[in-house]
Design a protein around this ligand. Structure first.
Ligand code: XMP
Length: 511
């Protein structure tokens, strides 16, 4: 295992990602973790970047014990500066804040850059830089503005780099990380989903014993489907899945999930149609946060009722949750000042009441690891590659009040949009695509008649982690076909627009 100490950089989770891509297990912990609390002996330690300066009064400091573990250390950006300043070198403000591409000249052979040539395109994002090395260190790489862009200890396997190898803009960054974790640390490439399945099934069986029963919500999304199938493999029908139809799902979603999970995958599943209850509570509500709250709370009510029904056949002890590693990282990572933009609902509120114990088989996995696991479990490609769909569903894609009629219009437009994206063979290039129903009306003409109807906005984005996103560039003929079909086939719509906003400053969803 590689230990990554997070000093709060927006890129920290990507370091973990890149290690996993080398099939090396890596775990991220906040920089405030003491070595004595780590709980395993790491093969190597990576110190992340940070929004702080090492000379700030409240700057997070590394536990000095890190340097006494006798294992290789790699400092990235702030991590480099923290290592150098801890060892007595100097770090201060750079002449200019540097953000963007730089040419890295590798000036001295080093195992960190072995086989990568003598020049690399790298991504820089820093205000401070190293100005003087402590005794025992030497330079291995530089850029035109950063003379200490790569440093190494003379005798110990300690390295520091000013650039960010973890971001994909750093052309061979993943290889640099590979040099460190595999060649320098000697990590085994043993983190694979094949190994994971067997171990996780054994762990679930041990946890639930011979009689323990588990319930879990499924949504038709990748995570809950994979988690449900894994539970089914482990304990068969002692796992019971519940899908709540909240009235704001995609068209025919309930029926499709039923077919796929129950008939194709054999999972013990109940679909509950609670659409009247949800739509009733949503009546007249426009505020997005209120919509989220109502849907979240109503979901808990319905799910609990179903769970109590199941209790008639014997006690249910466990609740399955499809928590992924990014959620875990989000909750443990070291935070500078940051604000909640939207509250993404989850079902955590269930526990208090039912005293269910949590079972989270995916909590160590990143999204693409979940997809790989899904494929190994025999879940069909189209499902494993499915775009994410938000818990509050179409309610946050209908900009005005949510009614059955508005839901029907949006479902229809959304279905056509996705059909055409599939037909164009571009679904897998897009991270998320959906239609949005605007509460405004515009004038149009149909036959000889004037129309005055609503507008559909189309959204399609590409994104690595949904923290940032870029709008997708369609071929005009694809957009033309989509627009023509929606205006012709969907009653109540006479105009289609395409959203060309990136995140930031927009968000992916409109609400
Ligand atoms: P934003 O709009 O915040 O979306 O840029 C980023 C990702 O999060 C999804 N999203 C949600 N998912 N409940 C969810 O389960 C929510 O309330 C919610 N709001 C946004 C969004 O679809 C995108 O994938």
């Amino acid at each position: 295992t590689i230990l990554i100490l997070d000093f709060g950089s927006q890129y920290s989770h990507l370091i973990t990602r890149r290690c996993r891509e080398h099939n090396v297990y890596a775990e991220l912990m906040p920089c405030t973790t003491k070595m004595s609390e780590v709980g395993f002996k790491p093969k190597g330690i990576i110190l992340s970047g940070s929004p702080y300066s090492v000379y700030d009064k409240d700057a997070p400091r590394v536990d000095p014990a890190v340097f006494e573990q006798g294992v290789p250390i790699l400092g990235i950006c702030y991590g480099l500066q923290e290592m150098i300043s801890s060892m007595g070198g100097t770090v201060s403000k750079a002449a200019h804040r540097e953000y963007g591409f730089a040419k890295l000249n590798i000036s001295k052979p080093s195992p960190l850059f072995d086989g990568l040539g003598d020049e690399l395109d790298v991504w820089m994002s820093h205000t401070d830089q190293v100005h003087g090395l402590p005794e025992g260190f030497h330079v291995i790489a530089s850029t035109s503005t950063a003379p200490f862009a790569g440093v190494s200890h003379d005798s110990k396997p300690w390295y520091g780099i000013q650039f960010h190898p973890e971001v994909t803009h750093s052309e061979r960054g993943k290889e640099v990380i590979g040099r460190f974790i595999v060649d320098i640390c000697g990590s085994h490439k043993s983190w694979t989903m094949e190994e994971f399945i067997g171990k996780e099934i054994a762990r679930i069986r041990a946890l639930c014993g011979d009689t323990g029963r588990v319930i879990g919500a499924v949504s038709g999304g990748v995570d809950s489907t994979v988690a449900a199938k894994l539970m089914h493999e482990a304990i068969g029908d002692r796992f019971h899945a519940i899908m709540v139809d909240n009235g704001v799902l995609r068209m025919d979603e309930g029926a499709q999930v039923l077919k796929m999970l129950r008939e194709d995958l054999g999972v013990n599943l109940t679909v509950v149609d609670a659409s009247d209850l949800f739509l009733g509570r949503l009546e007249g509500i426009e505020d997005p946060e209120q919509k989220r709250k109502i849907i979240g709370n109503t979901f808990i009510n319905v799910f609990e009722d179903e769970a109590h029904k199941l209790e008639k056949d014997g006690k249910v002890e466990w609740l399955l949750q499809g928590t992924l590693y990014p959620d875990v990282i989000e909750s443990i990572s070291f935070k500078g000042p940051s604000a909640t933009i939207k509250t993404h609902h989850n079902v955590g509120g269930l526990l208090a009441d039912m005293k269910l114990k949590l079972i989270e088989p995916l909590r160590e996995l990143f999204k693409d690891e979940v997809r790989a696991l899904g494929r190994l479990l025999g879940i069909p490609h189209h499902l494993v590659q499915r775009h994410p769909f938000p818990g509050p569903g179409l309610a946050i894609r209908i900009l005005g009040p949510v009614t059955r009629a508005q839901v029907a219009i949006l479902q229809h437009a959304d279905k056509i949009y996705l059909e055409e994206i599939h037909a164009a063979g571009i679904y897998d290039q897009i991270s998320q695509a959906f239609a949005v129903l605007l509460p405004v009306r515009a004038v149009g003409v149909q036959g000889d008649a004037r129309t005055y109807e609503q507008v559909i906005a189309l959204r399609a984005v590409q994104s690595e982690d949904f923290m940032t996103a870029d709008w997708y560039v369609f071929e005009p003929k694809v957009l033309r076909k989509i627009s023509s079909r929606i205006t012709n086939e969907v009653e109540g719509i006479n105009r289609v627009v395409y959203d060309v906003s990136s995140k930031p400053p927009a968000t992916v969803e409109w609400l």
